[in-house]
Design a protein around this ligand. Structure first.
Ligand SMILES: Cc1cc2nc3c(=O)[nH]c(=O)nc-3n(C[C@H](O)[C@H](O)[C@H](O)COP(=O)(O)O)c2cc1C
Length: 486
């Protein structure tokens, strides 16, 4: 069942025992972050979504950590396990053209399902129940959190930013943080390689400003879609429709030529002048370090619309594990079929939490020809946001990449560092503070597969030590006899 709004999601979380309401007054300056950091680092049942109902200085409650576990991520997308959506995606990608009439008839329900992915327009919307325009616009009335002591100020950390390509009109939805500068100005922190940044670049070349709508608090599939690294010109609202199995209802903004999800909690409408930059940051980021201050364009907010009893949705990033780790894991599971379409030898992959998405990817392949590990690395470094991956480790199909101990043991045993580490220069994640230049540096691929004679390896490759079955069965059956416990 699709969840239609943030408040419906809160209800789902509540019913599933996944939400704690905090009723005492809390400070949006650091205090909420410290509480959330403690709760989100819990691995067991103490890790819950938090709804702060009494936030100092604002009438709005704050929802945080709502995606902060595997279960909550799946719940948010209406499934038991995200892999269910991955299988739907695989089916869609594997669809072959119908051959006869019967095939065509069989496709009708599929086509109807695909039709539901596309957003639909509605004329009125709860997200416009309250309107602040002109002098009434005041971002400081929202409970925007300051999360870490060296942060340059309060930041909106889970905005869904809608922009449009000024040339072809294609829509994009992306989550790019907003530092609140004043009652009606924020930073617009879209990194160099992101879609909205491309839109800004095109608008700058035409001497135009860019309309931007920022949605704060939407149905969870739309929130999730906003951080998915979809290819340029793919509308994330269609992805949201796929995940919801139901169109996202869209309403026209009041002051800018864009549309936003009608059931949103809060919408900022404004303009970005790509040529006017301002210092943004530092900000305690999801690497666990402060991202450095840098110059970014400014979003000038001309109108704020919201629900009558709006809820402010946010997230905390910092040293992992945090909420974003679970979202990254969800995206990783969802996109496996897409990766496999481009690189069919990939059996599985994983981005461990400590690698903060872009620093480490473990890739398990079915090696069928010499040099295939290198081919996979090159393929990944050429594929969307996987290009940022600082360390790619490629292993054979007998390695359990979900077991860190096994990965470390086998990888370290299987490499000759000088031969098996391959360095590559290229674009790196903006948040990488160690690269020699901002957004540019080196990456390394580690070929930890068995080496073949066709790859110049002429020695014998030893077998892994495994006890024979007969001895294992004998010891198992005599275990009590040895006096070693049950
Ligand atoms: C909580 C959170 C905050 C993020 N903040 C930023 C940000 O400030 N700037 C940015 O470029 N990407 C940020 N990202 C990553 C983008 O949302 C992500 O790369 C997304 O795919 C970008 O969308 P796009 O491909 O449509 O540009 C953030 C992700 C999360 C989960």
């Amino acid at each position: 069942m699709a969840i239609d709004s943030l408040r419906d999601w809160i209800r789902v979380l509540d019913e599933a025992g996944e939400l704690i309401r905090v009723r005492v007054e809390v400070d949006p300056h650091l205090e909420i972050a410290e509480i959330t950091d403690r709760v989100s680092k819990e691995r067991g049942s103490a890790n819950k979504a938090l709804l702060f109902e009494n936030v100092k200085g604002s009438a709005l409650p704050v929802l945080i950590n709502a995606f902060g576990s595997r279960r909550r991520c799946a719940l948010s997308l209406g499934v038991e396990r995200i892999e269910e959506h991955a299988e739907r995606l695989r089916e869609l990608l594997d669809q072959s053209p119908p051959e006869g009439l019967l095939d065509k008839i069989r496709m009708i329900p599929k086509l109807a399902e695909i039709g539901a992915f596309f957003p639909k327009k509605v004329s009125s919307a709860p997200c416009q129940e309250v309107v602040w325009e002109g002098d009434a616009v005041d971002l400081r009335k929202l409970p925007v959190l300051t999360t870490w002591p060296q942060d340059a100020g309060p930041f909106v950390t889970f905005p869904l930013c809608v922009t449009q390509d000024p040339e072809n009109g294609r829509r994009n939805l992306g989550t790019y943080r907003l530092q609140v500068f004043s009652r009606n100005e924020t930073g617009f922190h879209t990194h160099l390689h992101k879609d909205a940044r491309r839109h800004l670049g095109k608008a700058a070349a035409r001497g135009e400003k860019v309309p931007v709508a920022v949605v704060i608090g939407a149905d969870p599939a739309t929130c999730f879609a906003s951080v998915i690294p979809a290819p340029p010109d793919v509308d994330e609202l269609i992805i949201a429709g796929f995940l919801r199995r139901k169109p996202v209802p869209l309403v026209k903004c009041r002051t800018i030529p864009l549309e936003v999800p009608a059931t949103a909690e809060i919408v900022l409408e404004g303009w970005v002048d790509p040529s006017a930059l301002r210092r943004e940051g530092p900000f305690g980021d999801h690497t666990g370090f402060y991202s450095l201050a840098d110059d970014y364009p400014v979003l000038r907010v001309e109108c704020i619309t919201m629900r009558r009893d709006a809820i402010y949705h946010t997230t905390l990033v910092g040293r992992p594990p945090q909420e974003d780790c679970w979202m990254t894991e969800g995206i990783e599971r969802l996109l496996l079929p897409v990766l496999q379409k481009a690189l069919p030898e990939i059996i599985d992959y994983r981005m461990p939490f400590e690698g903060v998405a872009h620093n480490l990817m473990l890739v398990k392949i079915r090696k069928q020809y010499p040099g295939q590990a290198q081919k996979v690395m090159s393929g990944l470094w050429g594929l969307g946001q996987a290009m940022f991956t600082k360390v790619i480790v490629v292993v054979d199909e007998d390695v359990d990449i979900h077991d860190d101990s096994e990965v470390a043991w086998k990888v370290l045993n299987h490499i000759d560092p000088q031969r098996d580490l391959q360095f590559m220069m290229g674009p790196v994640e903006t948040l990488d503070h160690a690269s020699r230049a901002a957004c540019f540096g080196s990456k390394v691929g580690v070929d930890a597969t068995r080496k073949w004679k066709e790859e110049g390896f002429t020695r014998d490759w030893p077998d892994e030590i495994v006890m024979d079955e007969a001895t294992r069965a004998k010891v198992a059956s005599r275990w009590r006899e040895y006096g070693l416990g049950s």
